[in-house]
Design a protein around this ligand. Structure first.
Ligand code: 5AD
Ligand code: SF4
Length: 481
């Protein structure tokens, strides 16, 4: 439990120490949700709310949910079930569901779960204090899941957390205007809205001032950043910022060492972006470019609006511009109607591109999506077998690439103690005291350090050159040079 310092809230309501209330948030899913949880804490803090890890101590419990895959709703319902006894023992407890499942289900969720008090879509985080006030004034159960019109949506400007990390995330837009047939995101996050460029730069500046050295810009489809601002922009349209311009502006923030972004759709504004690699000092040589499948018919059914040849062309351009760039991707296996032969095409693409890493998923039918109408007709056992094959192919490629790192000297940004050190299982020379850092290409390297350096965190936040001296089970070990 971390109690925040109590201070005068922005609207002038002071909170006496005795008035501290505790909020417990459980976060599921992607980095966007993790970021939303930070904003939830941020908007509550001035109203005397402090975070707690212990649900039994909380007066407000929120589940920040994800619905991109799997039985998200089932998972949430069973988690709510586990929390129910707390509700029965404490009349004052507010139990709420936030995030994508909340958005998807809306007020219906209140009917389904009689002991639930609050359902809040991701657009409404900024209003959470007001919603709680309404409840205090007697309103018992609230569902707030209406999407704002684009022009009316307002971001909560992010402030650094107390324990700012070396590597931080900054949301630059919300929603997605793509219509990939399998995907629920357009339904749960709504239309794209870009955060004003000045706000993004300000947030990065504050994070850097608080100790961050690396920033990852976050959005469902960052490459289309700024496009929504064109709407109705009239004569100003040419002055609307593009994603490349945003990267250029963030790159100029003094003290920032590394810049990353995620996620990209292969067909949005890639060309001017490709040109920035090797040109912007902080822009890391790493690109997550989800392909989803290696077969044109499946890509068409997925409504991805590119062919394998189009995708290959992007990869070639990227590698021509920046030969050392590391690539990662997302793969879905077992999309409706995917035949064995079509699946083999995905394996072939993996062999051809030789990604540095991949995320692979079994297709999961989502309510209301276009793909739902196709029927989830690839048997679970087949999906499972395909997933294993994808992972096996990639494992071999990853292993090769890791082995090739042996003896190389690379720059890492040291983030903190390595997980191995934290677990006390390190076998390397440093007697278990190891720091963990990442290369610009996003590889994790463990480096033994003397106890004193480990204890006083001398290396945290520093850029260091290390030689890779050992490669073991997909883990790199280095030593400072
Ligand atoms: N089933 C399986 N995987 C999905 N993804 C998105 N929707 C689904 C779905 N219905 C995957 C895609 C996307 C990643 C974030 O999650 O690969 O790129
Ligand atoms: Fe979903 Fe990404 Fe497609 Fe948007 S671009 S619909 S978030 S898979």
């Amino acid at each position: 439990m971390v109690a925040v310092e109590l201070k005068q809230s922005e609207n002038g309501v002071s909170t006496a120490p005795g008035a501290t209330r505790f909020v417990h948030v459980q976060t599921f899913g992607c980095q966007m949700n993790v970021n939303d949880t930070d904003r939830i804490m941020q908007v509550l803090a001035p109203h005397g709310w402090a975070p707690t890890d212990d649900p039994a101590q909380a007066q407000l419990i929120l589940l920040n949910t994800c619905s991109v895959r799997d039985k998200a709703e089932q998972k949430m319902l069973s988690q709510l079930g586990r929390l129910r006894p707390l509700k029965e023992h404490n009349d004052e407890l507010v139990l709420g569901v936030a995030g994508c499942v909340a958005q998807q289900e809306g007020a219906a969720l209140l009917d389904k779960v009689p002991y639930l008090d609050l359902v809040m879509g991701p657009d409404h985080i900024g209003e959470l204090p007001t919603l709680l006030e309404r409840m205090q004034r007697g309103e018992r159960r609230i569902a707030e899941t209406e999407f704002y019109k684009r022009k009316d949506f307002r971001f909560v400007e992010a402030e650094p957390r107390d324990e700012t990390r070396v590597s931080e995330f900054v949301t630059i837009m919300k929603g997605c205007d793509r219509v990939c047939s399998y995907c629920i995101v357009p339904f749960t996050r709504g239309r794209e809205v870009s955060k004003p460029r000045e706000m993004v730069v300000r947030e990065v500046e504050r994070l850097v001032a608080a100790g961050a050295r690396e920033v990852t810009l976050l959005g469902q489809n960052v490459n289309s950043y700024g496009k929504d601002l064109q709407e109705g922009a009239g004569p100003l349209a040419s002055r609307v910022p593009t994603f490349s311009e945003l990267l250029t502006a963030v790159d100029a923030v003094p003290g920032l060492e590394r810049l990353r972004f995620t996620t990209s759709h292969p067909m949005d504004a890639i060309d001017d972006l490709i040109d920035l690699f090797g040109r912007l000092r902080t822009l890391c040589e790493f690109f997550h470019l989800p392909v989803q499948a290696g077969n044109d018919r499946i890509l068409d059914e997925m409504r991805r609006f590119y062919t394998v040849a189009d995708y290959r062309d992007k990869v070639h351009k990227l590698r021509a511009r920046c030969p050392e760039i590391a690539l990662s991707t997302d793969i879905i296996v077992g999309f409706p109607g995917e035949t064995d032969a079509e699946f083999e095409d995905t394996l072939r693409l993996l062999e051809e591109v030789r990604y540095d890493s991949i995320f692979a998923f079994k297709y999961s039918e989502r309510p209301g999506t276009r793909a739902e109408k196709l029927g989830d007709n690839v048997p679970e056992a087949v999906k499972k077998a395909r997933l294993s094959r994808v992972l096996a192919v990639q494992d071999a490629i990853t292993r090769d690439k890791m082995q090739a790192m042996h003896g190389q000297v690379v720059e890492i940004l040291v983030e903190g103690p390595s997980q191995r050190a934290a677990r006390g299982t390190a076998g390397q020379g440093g007697g278990g005291f190891q720091m963990m850092g990442r290369t610009r290409t996003n590889l994790i390297v463990n480096v033994p350090v003397p106890f004193g350096d480990f204890w006083n965190k001398r290396w945290v936040g520093k850029l260091a050159r290390v030689e890779i001296v050992e490669v073991k089970a997909n883990t790199l070990f280095g030593r400072f040079v």
